[in-house]
Design a protein around this ligand. Sequence first.
Ligand SMILES: Nc1ncnc2c1ncn2[C@@H]1O[C@H](COP(=O)(O)OP(=O)(O)OP(=O)(O)O)[C@@H](O)[C@H]1O
Ligand SMILES: O=P(O)(O)OC[C@H]1O[C@H](OP(=O)(O)OP(=O)(O)O)[C@H](O)[C@@H]1O
Ligand SMILES: O=C(O)c1cccnc1
Length: 490
Amino acid sequence: MLKQLYQPPLALLTDLYQLTMAYGYWKLGRADQQAVFHLFFRKPPFKGGYAISAGLQQAIDYLDVYRFDESDINYLAELTGNDGQPLFEQGFLDALHDLKLCVDVDAMPEGTVTFGQEPMLRVKGPILQCQLLETPLLNMINFQTLVATKASRIRAAAGNDPVLEFGLRRAQGIDGAISASRAAYIGGCAATSNVLAGKMFGIPVKGTHAHSWVMSFDSELESFERYAEVMPNNCVFLVDTYDTIEGVRQACQAGKLLRQRGHEMVGIRLDSGDLAYLSIEARRILDEEGFPNATIVASNDLDEHIIENLKNQGAQIAVWGVGTKLATAFDQPALGGVYKLAALQREDGSWEPKVKLSEQAIKTSIPGILQVRRYQSDQGLIGDMIYDETLGIDSREIIVDSKDTTRRKRLANHAQAYDLLIPMMRNGVRVGETEPLETIRTRAIEQLQLVHPTIRRFMNPHEYPVGLDISLHEVRDFMIQEKRDPQWGE
Ligand SMILES: Nc1ncnc2c1ncn2[C@@H]1O[C@H](COP(=O)(O)OP(=O)(O)OP(=O)(O)O)[C@@H](O)[C@H]1O
Ligand SMILES: O=P(O)(O)OC[C@H]1O[C@H](OP(=O)(O)OP(=O)(O)O)[C@H](O)[C@@H]1O
Ligand SMILES: O=C(O)c1cccnc1
């Protein structure tokens, strides 16, 4: 089972309906009609004001080796409809077997600060191929973006203190854990306890010890002393197995023994009780006993809100271990990212923008071959413009809020403006080198600094200005009216 799970290619990692639609396109002779799809979310997660893009590298790795192998084709050949007849014709299965991905992918680099409505990724290519990729792309990008965002919030609450990701045991299965560790690092965690993620991605690994170690000895002091003997260069003693304050004193005793042998204890970990009170008391004891540099690590169901609260209470915690609520994105377990068709090529080679209507303004899609232009000044980010590459940017340089078209903002005359979607794949081939995780993490941290604090705050954040280029808005508005009333504009 485990071996089977991750043996690429994983072309069957898609919803059946993608294959039935692909079959339909093939059957109707439309398989190679060129299409454009965009991947985006509508609202940032956690009632926050932003998200951190992540998961792209796994998506590109996936596309890089994309193919249907013999066993996939054999499996698909066995599928039947409600009359017991095969679902797919042999000709279609042969076409899948011969399929060579030839899509163009443009995307925000991982670690980019991103906002609702704007495409994070664009796929252009034969409609059959674009369609098949919807589900796996959403699977990889939704989850990592969610966890990277959660991690960045936790890191923000922790200020300059390191955050250690401890989520492996509570994460949603194997891939949930490994992806979460990677995304948490992108979002700003300093290290993970997940050793496999450390090996796979080069994330620093860190850890302390558990209550079982203490319980396996006759006394707490003995457990600390033995730990100091076997692990003299990595001593963080977990002090709350019996009585936390007494535990801190025992840690100091073990620390003195360690010092006699030429080593320093790194610190202690608190894992229960009132973490503000106990950390203040522990700090006092550690200082009195001659360990002013010993670090206090805390864990126990922490998240950004508890950390912020503990800081406000003057907690003397220097390192934060965060597991469950980070790796499972506890308070919002899914990012509602979607992947929508936005343009189709006509026979004459021109592009026809496509729009999906909805009663809710936020759910009416944005047609065109979209790009995102970010405007920035010395003070930070100013606004993002979604524009259609075939229309170009209107000289007025005005953005219109697609949820409330009376809200507009002029973006002209700003120091810098740059496009966020950059080429990642051309004709099915990866463009450029894979970015080191460190570069991605640094990008996330640096870009967040450019976001106004009112947009970063946890409670009722300000909405960052994202809007449609005014000419795109006008085209879309016309298309919406025309769809509602085909006589419109005549
Ligand atoms: N001073 C504090 N202010 C706000 N929240 C706190 C404070 N101290 C601890 N917490 C948080 O309160 C919650 C209390 O957890 P819990 O009910 O498990 O109590 P506990 O004392 O840790 O018990 P256990 O021994 O079962 O772990 C945890 O999420 C913890 O991070
Ligand atoms: O609380 P989290 O943010 O998920 O961090 C990871 C938790 O995992 C360990 O606990 P353990 O599995 O021993 O269970 P516990 O909750 O009973 O301490 C550790 O002591 C932390 O409390
Ligand atoms: O190293 C630790 O302290 C640790 C690791 C995983 C989960 N909880 C704690």
